[in-house]
Design a protein around this ligand. Structure first.
Ligand SMILES: Cc1cc2nc3c(=O)[nH]c(=O)nc-3n(C[C@H](O)[C@H](O)[C@H](O)COP(=O)(O)OP(=O)(O)OC[C@H]3O[C@@H](n4cnc5c(N)ncnc54)[C@H](O)[C@@H]3O)c2cc1C
Length: 468
């Protein structure tokens, strides 16, 4: 139990998307003494929404059913109850809009703040640098406006990085015909309504962008990706059988290689489908165990997975709602949308926009598509060494963080503390968010992040208790 603190204890949480917000919420809910102050810093977006839930566009739906979207790891029905207060017809199988989910996160933060012994301060502004105190008792956080905050414990929850420009560097990326940030809705809305657009990518980011671009204009859109794969659809949840929770028995004696696991997985899917089962259950049952499997793969196997398998894994694992699938299918059937498996060879700007030359996959031919604008929809970038964010550059230059060798996240210890460039954990400097992918693989969506934010909150509070 935490005793009343003899002095104020300040926890700075940098970034108020899902991860920073829920770390705050869990600390607020679990704090059992006064004297703990949380400074939640947000630079760009409304508090509690982050990149995924700041849109006011109800066309954009969650890609996970409401029943698995509780923000609180210890209250599984929390989100469904919230939704049913809005409309009793919502249930655990509903696919709710991301706008409502953002409202829910805001509400959850406000509620936790109201009921807590700890105190929450919201600070608007961009953090640009973090420096450990010389006596290692905490950190100073420098803001872009010159303000400086002191932290006894510091949580980095800076979230997603913008997509990298795809392929080789090109002058085209500096022109008005290119939009590098697919989440810049103002830029998307500024494209001439009747003009065709080419999206690089055919996954979730591309489908979101497609829906935004066609919500009021029936324009032509091309989705170009190397394999032309798109996410599978969730099955009607009404037919879902209860999931098995134990480690799948068909993987028990399997050697720890990607090839062997895939072979076993395919056999299991075939076996289940012969008995009227569904492949989605096999994937869903694997979900709680993917982190353990990832941790057992050696570096060569992880690399093999990222090169050869991840595109196929992602479309099975990260599915879209039935209504989004229906809408996409209608557009594909009508010819309004084309998904083209191809490599982009060149961009040649012209008076009417840009000619994009594609080398079609499995064919020796090329095709030129003329569009007004090209949007990079390759999804969030996990390679922090390419980030231009001042804070990340400073942390990296000062050796306070270390990128993992796969370049998909950060090196952390099992207490969520950053590993510095010498390989040593930085005491009380924590990270939570999608860069956990490097350590856990399955860590970028709410069903996993909610557990991490709760675990981190407990670690932070235990540290304070230890100090008393
Ligand atoms: C478009 C999209 C849709 C998704 N849909 C789903 C879904 O349906 N279901 C699901 O389970 N998961 C979904 N996810 C995944 C998941 O919810 C996110 O990964 C999760 O929200 C991550 O939140 P975050 O707080 O770590 O990052 P972010 O949402 O990126 O938030 C980070 C915040 O930190 C702020 N920040 C960054 N740097 C600074 C700084 N220097 N100073 C001050 N503030 C700073 C940013 O402005 C931002 O608000 C989606 C993800 C995306 C991108």
């Amino acid at each position: 139990m935490i005793q009343k603190t003899s002095r104020l204890h300040t926890i700075v949480i940098l970034g108020a998307g899902y991860s920073g917000t829920l770390t705050s919420v869990n600390i607020l809910r679990k704090a059992v003494s006064e004297g703990i102050h949380i400074l939640l810093i947000e630079g760009r977006l409304p508090f509690a929404r982050g990149l995924a839930y700041h849109s006011w566009d109800d066309n954009l739906l969650l890609n996970v059913p409401a029943g698995n979207m509780s923000a609180l790891a210890d209250e599984p029905g929390h989100f469904v109850s919230y939704c049913q207060n809005i409309d009793p017809a919502f249930n655990a199988h509903s696919f709710i809009s991301r706008r409502i989910y953002g409202d829910y996160l805001e509400h959850t933060l406000a509620q936790a703040k109201k009921e807590s012994l700890a105190v929450l301060h919201k600070v608007e502004g961009h953090a640009v640098a973090v420096h450990p105190f010389v006596d290692s008792t905490g950190f100073s956080v420098q803001m872009a406006n010159g303000e400086i905050f002191s932290a006894d414990q510091l949580v980095l929850a800076f979230g997603h990085l913008l997509p990298k420009n795809p392929g080789l560097p090109s002058d085209f990326f500096a022109t008005d015909s290119y939009i590098g940030n697919p989440w810049d809705f103002a830029a998307l809305d500024g494209i001439d309504h009747d003009c065709p657009v080419l999206l690089i990518g055919s996954g979730h980011t591309a489908i979101d962008t497609l829906f935004r671009l066609t919500s009021s204009h029936p324009r032509k859109v091309f989705l170009v990706s190397r394999r032309g794969l798109r996410p599978h659809v969730h099955r009607s949840m009404a037919h879902q059988t209860p999931l098995l929770v134990a480690f799948p028995s068909y993987l028990h004696e399997v050697p720890c290689t990607v090839r062997a696991y895939l072979h076993a997985l395919r056999n299991e899917v075939a076996k289940r489908e012969r008995c009227g089962g569904n492949w989605r259950d096999v994937i869903n049952e694997l979900r709680p165990h993917t982190s353990a499997i990832w941790s057992h793969f050696n570096l060569a196997e992880r690399r093999r997975f990222l090169i050869h398998t991840v595109a196929f894994w992602d479309i099975h694992r990260h599915r879209i709602s039935p209504s989004a699938h229906w809408r996409l299918t209608q557009m594909l059937n009508s010819g309004q949308v084309e998904i083209i498996p191809a490599y982009i060879q060149s961009y040649d700007p012209c008076d009417e926009g840009v000619n994009v030359r594609l080398r079609l996959r499995h064919e020796e031919t090329t095709k030129v598509v003329r569009v007004d604008t090209v949007v990079n929809c390759t999804g969030p970038n996990y390679n922090i060494s390419t980030s231009t964010m001042p804070l990340i550059k400073q942390l990296s230059n000062d050796g306070l963080l270390k990128q993992d060798s796969m370049k998909i996240g950060l090196e952390l210890d099992d207490q969520y503390q950053l590993i510095d460039s010498h390989g040593t954990p930085v005491n009380r400097l924590y990270y939570v968010g999608p860069m956990l992918k490097a350590r856990y693989w399955e860590a970028i969506a709410v069903p996993e992040l909610r557990g991490h934010t709760l675990d981190l909150a407990k670690i932070i509070l235990a540290e304070i208790e230890h100090e008393q």
